[in-house]
Design a protein around this ligand. Sequence first.
Ligand SMILES: [Zn+2]
Length: 470
Amino acid sequence: MTKVKSAIDFTPVRAYNVPISFLGVNMSNQFEKYSNTFAKMIQCPTVSSSGAEYFDKFQQVLKEEFPLVFSNLEVFYPGKDKDSESRAILLKWKGKSDRRPMVLMAHQDVVPASPETWKYDPYGGTLEDGKIWGRGAMDCKNTLFITINAVEELIAEGFVPEHDVYLSYSDCEENSGMGAPYAVQWFKDHDVHPVVAVDEGGAIVENAFPGMKMPFAMVGIMEKGYADVRFTAHSKGGHSSSPPNNTPLARLGAFIDYCETHVLFKRSMSKPALQMLKGVSTGLGGPLKFITKHAKGFAPLIVKALPMITPFGKALLGTTMVFTMAQSSDAPNVIPQSASVVANLRFGPGDKSADCIAKLTDLAKKYDLEVEVLTCREHSAFVDTECDEYKHFVDTMRECFPEIGISPYLMFGGTDCRHMQTIVPCAIRCTPCRLNPQQLASMHASDENIDVQSLIDGTAFFKKFISNFK
Ligand SMILES: [Zn+2]
């Protein structure tokens, strides 16, 4: 392989300089074109909150690489009037009608990367082994590429969509910024009512469920709720040489231990969990296939057993809580006057945040702890998997990837799509790209990469998704 020059000077370069005929594989023009364009996108280090100039450069690359999109679509910058640093971008492709608009979403920003832990430069866009390596390769410049590229190619083919198509790319998804809310406000202000949105979320993955025998497209139909809660223990402090009982850290420790060793929030089989288990049953074998296929009847057994087998079971069947941060005295010989821990909660479809936090507050009282909710949101609504738009997504998936299974999926993490879901009834979270286990594990970690073939397949998917949407 060949390392490319540094991305810092923003010079778009080829991701490799090995003559195509020397690679021993038949690299099509499409492969080369997609690789080069995608490498240029990776080479822009659009780390969230890194500064508007990084996003300006990224958008310049988009303008150069997708000229038909930028000359045929109307371009808007939602939120820029409120915040001059905002770089959210919204593109409108006028269709034959404005009756059933769709929104294809992605985010331009990426999380930071520590180059010393990477095989290749995280902003190099290196092509190796048929894959492009770099931050954002699968979260989610791939989603951005396959949606905008599909539109570019359809315009080149002279296609006009039946209904308006919007491309909405936020600039701050990774730090839960305002990019997507600004876009939602734009739709409200312009009285536009999209009927379907597609954003990142699930993907085509192996081992989507323990014992899975085939790759599955996991199609996100809802997101769990989210909260960060701080628990603080106070004391008079003092010198550590004559300690009293029940010091702040001891109370916090006992509280943490209780929370970790008890089921605080009732687990249950929610509708999305049931849909997911039934969905994955086709890819399982033996008793697991039977149990998941008849998940409703086996619900009491699954709710009891699955969380014992895998943490995934706990997350699927209820609200989870984990302690993630701690703070206490500054010196080893000082008893803290106050010490605190922060817990992160993910609310299941059966739970309201207020009920969970009330329960925690009652429990915290027993340990003489103060409770402060730092941030909180409810779980999203869920997509009706019987609606035409969802079926269209699944039908397109079947057509493009006939050999895979497809299942609805309850998302444990968050996406921009939760904002769009407040105005769009069918908000689907899935990027039609194959990810192997290494690629899946590279999200927000080292060695993020995507197969160029996935960019080819994903583009073909969205071309079909748009052109067959009536
Ligand atoms: Zn993402």
